[in-house]
Design a protein around this ligand. Structure first.
Ligand code: MN
Length: 442
């Protein structure tokens, strides 16, 4: 079966990782409040009865490292290796004549974005924002496709504000079209398989088609169909497609919006997207993601963990790596071979991923997916007098008026070399297997 959002939801259901909400819910604040609860429960949530009739809402598909393991058919610590292995061979998409995303087609005056259950996420947000849309566009000269995720603020029945800025590829593409006085054709796919979303957020060189990466993750070509009103192709089994143009020479205030660091980005003059057509499946599922949620982190983390893994593996023997719960700090476990090696490992990580601010290097007996365990290693194994690698005045996260992100710290939280008798962690025999429930009945 071709992988799409619905097959992914079925997979989560069969693994008991889906909550279904049948009570009617409001996309303004009520849905995101329940999304928080689903995040705490570590499950995806499907809202079946939304106050915008005709649509369902899905959130928190990527609720945990275990879900990534399910999608990649491997164990949680090996997901990153599986990623590295799969993306070596991009598979171009396959054009098909039609697909379920064409079940309903609305054009021109039939378009009304107010019918969509676009979620208002945070108290000071300027309004409803589309947060999980894969934006498809093409370079004006080469025709090479780009896919990215950009936030979009609902402004009118056929109008969205859209945030894009060079050096982000979509911003570069728009700049080219705009310089020649042309509106940029775009199509936005909402409700795709997570592999498409992950591909769209993978940092790659300009000119690499992210749908080819999606194909490599799928291990089969992504099926795409032609749009109705623009010269673009979109996933044939997506839930909803918005087609239209980003206007040349037009900017309007957009924001504020509660972003990935949990802070509001201020009002900025951003681009305007005029929607000319909406197509969708029958009984469509609108996908939304809360910026700064664990789902947001897992979406962005894997491709960046892979980059770090490949670089650090040239300096040390990497066991596992985690960029959660933010993508600004990572924990790496290694099999240490030399004293000092953890600092080299941290330096390698900083070298390939500029947004990385903290890198904690631990031994392979520490679970990097458990922050309590990482803190335990920091508290019991690191030496602040000689285990720190401070890099001042480095390149970091760009939007940074207070220069909080332009320096880096590596922390060696590994035990002294060849001292395992002193640093062996105590164990309780059978503790991993014993079940308390079995002892509750007489
Ligand atoms: Mn790109």
């Amino acid at each position: 079966m071709h992988k799409d959002l619905r097959s992914c939801i079925e997979l989560l259901k069969s693994a008991d990782r889906l909550i279904t909400v049948k009570k009617q819910v409001d996309p303004r604040f009520e849905v995101p409040a329940l999304m928080r609860a689903a995040e705490k429960a570590g499950k995806a949530v499907l809202f079946e009865n939304v106050s915008k009739p005709g649509f369902r809402i899905i959130n928190n598909i990527l609720s945990s490292r275990e879900v990534l393991a399910l999608l990649f058919e491997t164990s949680p610590e090996k997901v990153v290796n599986e990623w590295i292995d799969r993306v070596k061979n991009p598979i171009p998409p396959e054009l098909v004549s039609s697909g379920p995303v064409k079940d309903i087609v609305r054009k021109g005056s039939e378009v009304n974005l107010n019918d969509l259950p676009i979620v208002t996420h945070c108290s000071k947000d300027a309004g409803p924002f589309v947060t999980a849309g894969c934006v498809v566009a093409k370079d004006l000269d080469t025709g090479i496709r780009n896919v990215s995720i950009n936030r979009m603020q609902l402004k009118d029945r056929d109008k969205l504000g859209i945030r894009m800025m060079p050096p982000q590829h979509l911003g570069l593409i728009h700049e080219k079209w705009e310089k020649r006085g042309k509106n940029l054709e775009v199509a936005v796919a909402i409700g795709a398989h997570p592999f498409e979303l992950m591909a769209a957020t993978t940092p790659v060189a300009y000119g690499v088609d992210e749908f080819g990466i999606a194909g490599s993750l799928r291990r089969e070509p992504l099926k795409v169909v032609k749009c109705e009103t623009v010269d673009l192709e979109v996933p044939a089994a997506a839930e909803i497609i918005l087609e239209g143009e980003v206007l040349a020479g037009v900017r309007e205030p957009e924001g504020p919006f509660g972003d990935f660091m949990q802070y509001y980005v201020p009002v900025m003059d951003n681009h305007v997207f005029k929607v000319k057509a909406v197509t969708h499946r029958k009984d469509p599922i609108y996908q939304t993601i809360q910026a700064s949620s664990l789902e947001d982190t897992y979406l962005l983390a894997l491709s960046r963990e892979a980059k770090i893994h490949e670089a650090v593996s040239k300096a040390a023997e990497v066991h596992a790596i985690s960029l959660a719960p933010t993508i600004l700090a990572c924990a790496i476990s290694i099999k240490k071979r030399f004293e000092g090696e953890p600092k080299n490992a941290a330096a390698a990580a900083f070298g390939v991923y500029p947004w990385l601010k903290y890198c904690v290097v631990v031994d392979h007996d520490v679970n990097v997916f458990d922050m309590n365990d990482v803190w335990w290693a920091m508290a019991t194994r690191s030496r602040p007098d000689k285990g720190l690698l401070l890099i001042p005045h480095a390149l970091g996260f760009p939007r940074d008026p207070f220069e909080i992100h332009q320096s880096k710290l590596g922390i060696d939280a590994t035990a002294p070399l060849n001292q395992w008798e002193e640093f062996e962690r105590k164990t309780v025999p059978g503790a991993d297997l014993i079940r308390l429930e079995d002892y509750l009945l007489p």
